[in-house]
Design a protein around this ligand. Sequence first.
Ligand code: X2X
Length: 349
Amino acid sequence: MRNQGWRGLVGVALALAAIALPVGAQPYKSEYSLSIVPDAGTPWAKGTQLWVDMVRERTRGRINIRLHPGAALVGGDQTREFTALRQGVIDMAVGSTINWSSAIPEFNVFSLPFLLRGYRSLDALTQGEVGRELFRRVEEQGVVPLAWGENGFRQLSNSRRAIRTPEDMRGLRFRVVGSLLFNDIFTSLGAVPTQLTWNEALRALKSRSIDGQENPITVYNYVRLDTLGQRYVTVWDYVADPILFVVNRQVWDSWSPQDRDIVRDAAIEAARFEITLAREDLLGNGRGTWDDLDARGVKVTRLTPEQRQRFVDATRPVYAKWKSLVGRDLVEKAEAAVRDDGVAVGARK
Ligand code: X2X
């Protein structure tokens, strides 16, 4: 008897739920998980936090997101983040094209060495036909792309010596991540690349088992890589990694059209704020990034156009090889966009 009473109650509850929800829709979760790689403090993390806060506020708590830094939901293995998102293990993410290139090889377009020439060319890619095509690739994989943000132009740092020529890199061990494109780039320059996650990289830098790494200066500063012996920085702008604000498709479909608009608009606003932070070259305390580096005793090397050309020449075969791996059509679109909209190297500083 008692059992039947329960069944009756469950039946009534199910019937009520069916009335409340459109056919096929999933109920809202009490909390949505969101993955990012870096810790709080970087523009990437601050922009993500703004998105989370705006969504919670504007949906009056209907969409409540918990941020998981350090790619913790995939045990720190940032190259598995996109797959976990596709499979619904992660609900949302703000992730780098470098990390997601293992799932979508076309993302390597941003990592073709020395393709980009300053922020205008980067914008020409993300905001133009290339960006739209990449969004389509993301959608095909069951993930909803909402906005482009930016980690930034990636600079070289190491603990051994100032790097002005490819010869200066000879034999140095650098941490890289993402696709084998990075192994090819560093090998072509005579260095010894090692694929490590960001967490592993920090441990390896601390223990001095590797000599160097490459990351935007905002990331370098936030983790204070100078305190881990990374006292030589070379500004070479060889690649940049945009970040994407995305939501798993099933999660997206479970939200009302009104809530989807809120989430999309907030992503666009947060991404705009995030890009401003990434480009402003200021530290949290308001001091100029580059002046502060000098003051901390970091030796910053800026390549002259002639010096930079030597790196371009040395990585040309890698560029050619990866142009076909990434897809000739897409790379040619990117090259055309850079030609039309790019500004001279160094003009952004
Ligand atoms: O791991 C890195 O180097 C980082 C933090 O920049 C990315 O996630 C691509």
